[in-house]
Design a protein around this ligand. Sequence first.
Ligand code: PLP
Length: 386
Amino acid sequence: MASSSTAFLPKPTWQHWRIPSSLPDHLHNSCLLSRNLSFWRLGFQCLQRGSITEQMIVRSSHQAEALVDSTAQTFDVPILTCSEVIERLRTNREKHKGKQQFLAMYSSIFGGITTDPAAMVIPMDDHMVHRGHGVFDTAAIMDGHLYELDQHLDRILRSASMAKINLPFDRESIRRILMQTVSASKCQKGSLRYWLSVGPGDFQLSPSGCHQPALYAIVIQDQSPFDSKGIKVVTSSVPIKHPQFATMKSVNYLPNVLSKMEAEENGAFAAIWLDYDGFIAEGPNMNVAFVTKDKELLMPHFDKILSGCTAKRVLTLAEVLVREGKLHGVKMGNVTVEKGKKADEMMLIGSGILVRPVVQWDDQIIGNGETFSTIYASFKMKFIWK
Ligand SMILES: Cc1ncc(COP(=O)(O)O)c(C=O)c1O
């Protein structure tokens, strides 16, 4: 019974936890394996001391059940050696093969490249994992070439600076590592995704205990053909990120994920964000552009959204279309929903999709609902035959 002084802040009580004096091999192994894991060391200090056979563990008086039954000696959760963990990771990967294949991974933590998907892991105590303190970028791989790598590199360095992440290497070394990772993967078509993180250290909120900034990169194979089918979008009800966070590519993509899920729940490909003033902003992992009735390419300004590398490429290609007389002008600025929905053409633009025509936004058919003989088609050809 808790005394009145402990009713609100319960004092710990003690409970005996018996451990057999002769330990099975796998337990001894797990103690050796655990030397680097501080949380593990706390619970199992009895084992590391070797001879102690009985250990007191703390439990709160609130807890209804003992952490370990003092009479039953069985563990139904296995305690695994390092090699058993790797084996299980491998089996798990083979059992759950998705549409994407992961061909190679670089990690500055192990200082090299692996092509074994079972080894493509990052440390749990990385500040990026438990606090979201990391930034990333993705560059498309086409015909074995990295598309717009330098623009993507510039952007991740900008994102890192905004997120106050020190670089583990200088720009040239990061570039060289990324190229070598793609080269080792032998990937012809897919994408390279890479992260800069404050790195591992501890589980505090402050990154002051993280002394080893990290670079991770993975090559993802994608064999799906260039898809140019017109798609539907909806307006996102998930709030857009504040410009401070929307203009950097941090790993905090929960709003983006929820927005994508909202689209899928409504039979759409993507949900479009409006900014705080109600102007058209962007999609969850793509920019948007419009071709107006008077043949002007219109794109929301990048001041409150991510400045897309593919969108910038589209702006350059659009200048060519102006010279060819197919477009009358190119403009960046505020785009109202009314203007967007009345446009002749709407397209989504990003590294994952390149350009994709939109034929319906909410209940509104865009243009004539068709994608033939359009400005989109000109962009598509320029991307494919670049
Ligand atoms: C929020 C957001 N906007 C736009 C883009 C398009 O950028 P990019 O063309 O560089 O891929 C992305 C890409 O992932 C994104 O996440």
